[in-house]
Design a protein. Structure first.
Length: 322
């Protein structure tokens, strides 16, 4: 089985929730308690009530940019993208493991939202750690290193204490890395991005962010459908609504919630996770995109159907072996 932990799910720019949004949630919940005459006697009743509330009221999709951890291949760490969510992941590992660790980071591309967490990845400051940064772009090192040093950052890249290696992967080739069979595929995005497929016997996960799926013909779609074919879990860029993607933000390099569902359906994916949420969207706007995606899936369903979720910072999923 593969465990998937989402440390950052926002696109383009971190988007922390603000005070007015939190107070609006509290007011809505208190009105529900009042209007429905809910008796909140002891702490256990309150806990049960809060557990029933939707994420839009008792939580948030979160604000960190792309960072998704996969576990199941080996005792090496596997992480997709080094967005601002990488800071929390690194702190979590350091809090639980005193001995040196090996990290395999896979970069979809080197746009800033996908690498901005690296200067705050504390394992890179610890001698003995090995960090391998994998990607298909030839300029991985330059992109990561230039975030460090004057005038932008107090620590030069070459001062980092961990052993940091850059590994250029070739799309279409299959690699054995960190216990996973890994394959990359080029996607439509300014400067190109790459999707990754991670497989172990009986389970496969696709990480496919920053990709514009707006297929004009079956020929356009075919290579993507083949890459996604029968995946157990697919984490897919669904930044926009269909209207935004088609009319206002065409060629911006991102997909709609509807395009993500269409691709997952065509490829017989079991579970689709909407990802790379627009920083302009609040929790209720993201929840509407999820609602619409599920509704679209329902009315176009053929066969057993597709589970659709929206990623949030802190979401953990288990992909069982089939
Ligand atoms: Zn992005
Ligand atoms: Zn991008």
């Amino acid at each position: 089985m593969v465990h998937v932990h989402f440390w950052g799910t926002r696109g383009s720019l971190p988007a922390p929730i603000d005070a007015s949004a939190i107070s609006a949630k509290i007011r809505r919940v208190l009105r529900t308690v009042r209007d429905d005459r809910i008796a909140l006697g002891d702490d256990a009743t309150i806990d049960a009530f809060v557990a029933r509330l939707p994420l839009t009221e008792a939580g948030t999709f979160g604000g960190n940019t792309s960072c998704v951890q996969l576990a199941g291949g080996s005792n090496e760490w596997t992480v997709c993208d080094a967005g601002s969510g990488l800071r929390a992941f690194g702190d979590h590992v350091l809090a639980h493991h005193a001995e040196p660790q090996t990290y395999n980071l896979f970069l979809s591309h080197v746009h800033w939202d996908h690498i901005m967490g690296f200067p705050f990845f504390r394992p890179s400051y610890v001698p003995g750690n090995v960090i391998r940064i994998h990607g298909c772009h030839p300029d991985l090192r330059a992109a990561v290193a230039r975030q460090h040093g004057a005038p932008s950052f107090p620590v030069e890249f070459d001062q980092l204490a961990a052993t940091i290696e850059f590994v250029t992967l070739e799309p279409g080739r299959t690699y054995d890395i960190g216990g996973f069979t890994v394959t990359a595929m080029a996607q439509h995005h300014p400067g190109i991005s790459y999707a990754y497929k991670f497989a172990i016997p009986g389970a496969s996960v696709i990480y496919a962010t920053d990709s514009e799926h707006a297929f004009h013909s079956a020929e356009d779609a075919a290579p993507f459908v083949a890459f996604f074919r029968d995946a157990d879990l697919a984490i897919v860029d669904a930044m926009y609504s269909l209207g935004e993607a088609r009319y206002a933000k065409q060629d911006w390099g991102h997909s709609s919630n509807v395009a993500a569902v269409e691709l997952a359906q065509a490829a017989n994916v079991r579970h689709l996770v909407l990802f790379h949420h627009d920083p302009a969207n609040d929790d209720r706007a993201i929840d509407r995109l999820l609602f619409d995606a599920r509704r679209f899936e329902e009315i176009t369903r053929a066969g057993t159907g597709l589970a659709v979720s929206a990623a949030y910072d802190g979401l953990e999923l288990v992909v069982p072996d089939v």
